[in-house]
Design a protein around this ligand. Structure first.
Ligand code: G1P
Length: 290
């Protein structure tokens, strides 16, 4: 079955990004000239997604507005002959359908995915964490997961070799290689201490779930931090042989973290079609002076 939908859990308060995220959703903070979430919606669209489902909360409606038609703005741009800007604004609401559902209580990432159950229905879907950027324009990370799903018809998690000092920030997996960059996952554990980690492969930011995940979530009790963890539901499926992992290719930035955000800004600034060359010259000069 074709993967047509992507769920974005975006109800969090963004405390890692305060004070910037106090009055605007952290997903709307721009990297160069686009909000972080736009990069990830574009990755979804480039991977074949036709509908994105935002799981949101109070104070987050700027995300829906961003992907809606802004009639007065488009009318003004049209009258002024600003066709490029007009095209960019129209792309936001014509290329993908945006649906949103509410997560009424902050009960964890697993709970956030469960909130999208009725909108997803009985089909496979991507799970994309909206503060994690993965850059690979030739082969988007979400598309890499879709390709693994198409081959094995199981849920798939994006995996990355994780430095020891970061292991307690990620879901870590037990797995065995099946090909170059694909593994079968047998178990996983949420944010273990480095000495308890089953391997150095961590789950990062992108998931592809079969509808089985909803049953697994309904059987999952609150785990680490008293929250319903998606990692615990994935572990249930993994123990039944229903999960694969894709060691993705691409540069990943945790844009929900201040340092990761700065690194993403430099990375995308250097690649920007209009600003990149000038920015690079300025940056070179700056670095020489440090
Ligand atoms: C979440 C997941 C964790 C995953 C991580 C990175 O943690 O719970 O398993 O490894 O995202 O994408 P969070 O960063 O929300 O604390």
């Amino acid at each position: 079955m074709k993967v047509r939908k992507a769920v974005f859990p975006a109800a969090g308060l963004g405390t890692r990004f305060l004070p910037a995220s106090k009055a605007i959703p952290k997903e709307m903070i721009p990297v160069v000239d686009k909000p972080v979430i736009q990069y990830i919606v574009e990755e979804a669209v480039a991977s074949g997604v036709e509908q994105v489902i935002f799981v949101t909360a109070q104070g987050k409606s700027a995300m829906e507005d961003h992907f809606d038609k802004a009639y007065a703005l488009e009318d003004l741009l049209d009258k002024r002959g600003k066709q490029k800007m007009l095209g960019d604004c129209r792309d936001l609401w014509t290329r993908v359908e945006v649906v949103s559902v509410r997560q009424h209580e902050p009960l964890g990432l697993g709970h956030a995915f469960a909130c999208a159950r009725n909108v997803v229905g009985d089909e496979p879907f991507l799970g994309m964490l909206p503060d994690d950027l993965v850059d690979n324009p030739g082969y988007p990370c979400a598309k890499q997961l879709v390709d693994v799903y198409n081959k094995y018809q199981c849920s798939v998690v994006a995996l990355m070799k994780t430095p020891r000092e970061l292991i307690d920030k990620y879901g870590m997996v037990v797995s065995k290689p099946v090909s170059d960059n694909v593994v079968q996952v047998f178990d996983c554990v949420e944010k273990p201490k480095p000495e308890d980690a089953p391997s150095d492969l961590g789950i990062v930011a992108r998931y592809l779930f079969t509808p089985e995940i909803f049953q697994a979530l309904s059987e999952t009790k609150p785990g680490a931090q008293g929250e319903i963890q998606i990692t615990d539901a994935i572990a249930r499926l993994a123990r039944k042989g229903r999960v694969y992992g894709c060691i993705f290719k691409g540069e990943r930035f945790d844009a929900g973290d201040k340092l990761g955000y700065l690194q993403a800004t430099i990375h995308y600034g250097l690649k920007h079609p209009e600003l990149g060359a000038q920015f690079k010259a300025w940056l070179k000069n700056l670095v020489q002076g440090i």
